[in-house]
Design a protein around this ligand. Structure first.
Ligand code: NA7
Length: 537
């Protein structure tokens, strides 16, 4: 029997295996569906795929040596560079040998007689372990909507989250792209450059802001390296873990002129500046939000030449920032080219896909290729497809039928010794992911060390603590504007999924303090089962 099974070889799985094996000396088996490490950065290889958090932040902080030896080439690293980085980490910390690749977990059952997990893979392996750790990512279960006729299409179809490894050449082809979230917005300018015709099918217009990418030269990288300790400290001062200069309390407290000037500065600064680094009240006050929303709408109108297209691209009816901020580099300009067309599927819905077209309420769009940039079954999708069963054989998806409910986002009642890394109800995607991941993995590794040291065989969230956390996460979210859009944060993009805001919005520093306090209070809210409990005596 092993000490732990870790599922996933992205940022989370790699660090989790490093902590458990290299620091605690435990026996660990990593399991990964892909043929290599990287997680999100392995699968999302579409043209233009790029991280939209600054490279100096979007990396591990646990090893000063690693920080000093790795050079980032751009402010926002492209997918191949992040993947190279993760391969480098895997090799540097000798992690590859602990993983089985090209293998999916198809079942995980908690055995109440031994307090162990039996993990089954599609390769037929049955692995028994004390701890089962899901480092499966929040945006890893891809979702292509069930358009009637989808399987009859005779051309090529692509899903952005499972992009082919070989280069795809769209030269001379008529391409349809469905979806205008972060992914679609990144893709459009690249496909437009190649394709003979590009038709973009948009359901909800994005409030896309400029990415502001630039190369990092040797001097810039040297400055970053010299500053890493200070950067790492400052990250925790910001609720989203991304550092900004000059964040102001209230948009409504300033004159329209001062506000306009400030928004211009933030627009030019790029990245998440307008979203998380401008005025603190724009995500909690609708009137404040409207000031920045209108600023962005104006920018779109000036960027897009055709007034009808500009109007279709202009977001309304939901607050800026209530959906994940999308960042663009040439997105709006692409629509100024004659061969790029925008279809608003709210006015003319997609009725079906035929063998050679996408048919909307009023037209047939003849296409050779269809790209689905339609997003993910976020947070729970990757967990449910592992068929995890806890006490009494209860499926995780049944326990969470009304919405996910893990205490602190880390463990859920009835599923002892199962840990989620940046799972639902943790700060996860609304904190800088690598930092959130490190915090979670550190907590889990410390917890496991504690259990082993003090001879506990199991840990499990208490139902009351779990319920309390569910309510707290909801209250914090309801104090903001974020639940006011149909986003994947809410599960709104998946028909039938319970509408529960799945991210803890209290900030990672607060969250870390809550986790640390829970630990200091002897794992308050968790039941710990001693090895010599009456059950085993
Ligand atoms: P997103 O942000 O979920 O975007 C998916 C897009 O696909 C979005 O514009 C959706 O419109 C659209 N969509 C989904 N279903 C349909 C149907 N049935 N018809 C038309 N359009 C549809 O996923 P991304 O991959 O772009 O980004 C995911 C995250 O990865 C991103 O936020 C970053 O954190 C990294 P909708 O807005 O739902 O109306």
């Amino acid at each position: 029997m092993l000490d732990a099974v870790v599922v996933g070889a992205g940022f989370a799985g790699l660090y989790m295996v490093h902590l458990l094996r290299n620091r605690l000396g435990l026996s660990v088996q990593g399991i990964e569906a892909a043929q290599g490490v990287g997680g999100t950065w392995y699968w999302n290889r579409y043209p233009g795929a790029r991280c939209d958090i600054e490279s100096q932040l979007y990396c591990y902080s646990f090893s000063p040596e690693l920080e000093q030896e790795w050079n980032w080439s751009e402010r926002f690293p492209a997918q191949p560079e992040v993947l190279d980085y993760l391969n480098h980490v895997a090799e540097r910390f000798d992690l590859m040998r602990s993983f089985t690749f090209d293998t999916r977990v198809v079942g995980a059952d908690f055995d109440e007689t031994t307090d162990t997990w039996l993990v089954c893979t599609d390769g037929g392996a049955r692995i028994r372990a004390r701890f089962f750790i899901a480092a499966t990512g929040n945006l890893s279960a891809g979702r292509i909507p069930d358009f009637p006729g989808r399987d009859d299409f005779r051309g090529n179809t692509y899903f952005t989250g499972d992009w082919p490894h070989e280069t795809v050449d769209f030269s001379g082809r008529r391409v349809a792209l469905i979806g205008t979230g972060s992914t679609g917005v990144q893709l459009v300018p690249h496909v437009a450059q190649q394709a003979a015709a590009l038709t973009v099918f948009q359901r909800t217009p994005a409030y896309a802001c400029p990415l502001g990418n630039r190369p990092l030269d040797t001097e810039a990288m040297a400055r970053i390296k010299a500053n890493y300790p200070a950067i790492r400290q400052r990250e925790w001062d910001f609720p989203g873990g991304v550092i900004f200069d000059d964040v102001r309390p209230s948009a409504l407290a300033e004159t329209p002129e001062a506000r306009q000037h400030f928004y211009e500065q933030k627009w030019r600064a790029g990245g998440m500046n307008l979203w998380l680094g401008s005025y603190e009240d724009i995500l909690v006050d609708e009137r404040a939000n409207e000031t920045v929303a209108e600023f962005i709408r104006d920018k779109i109108r000036t960027r897009v030449e055709n007034p009808d297209t500009a109007e279709k691209l202009t977001p309304r009816g939901y607050p800026f920032g209530a959906k994940r901020q999308t960042l663009e580099d040439g997105y709006y300009d692409a629509f100024n080219q004659d061969h790029v067309e925008l279809v608003d599927v709210r006015t003319t819905p997609i009725e079906c896909i035929t063998p050679d077209s996408i048919r909307t309420a009023d037209r047939d769009y003849l296409v050779d290729d269809i790209i689905f940039a339609t997003g993910f079954d976020a947070f729970t999708g990757s967990l449910y497809r592992m068929n995890i069963r806890g006490r009494g054989g209860r499926l995780l998806s049944d326990h969470w039928a009304a919405g996910p409910r893990p205490y602190l986002g880390l463990n859920t009642s009835g599923f002892p010794n199962l840990f989620f890394i940046t799972g639902p109800l943790s700060p996860s995607v609304l904190f800088n992911m690598p930092r959130a991941i490190e915090q979670h993995c550190n907590w889990v590794a410390d917890c496991i060390a504690h259990l082993l040291e003090h001879d506990y065989r199991a840990i499990e969230a208490e139902p009351e603590a779990e319920q309390g956390w569910v309510e707290h996460v909801r209250e914090v979210a309801d104090a903001t504007l974020l639940p006011k859009a149909d986003s994947w944060y809410l599960g709104a993009n998946v028909p039938g999924k319970p509408r529960v805001f799945m991210v803890y919005l209290g900030g990672c520093a607060n969250y870390k303090k809550i986790c640390d306090d829970v630990t200091a209070a002897g794992y308050q809210g968790f039941a710990l089962t001693p090895t010599t409990s009456p059950d085993t005596a």
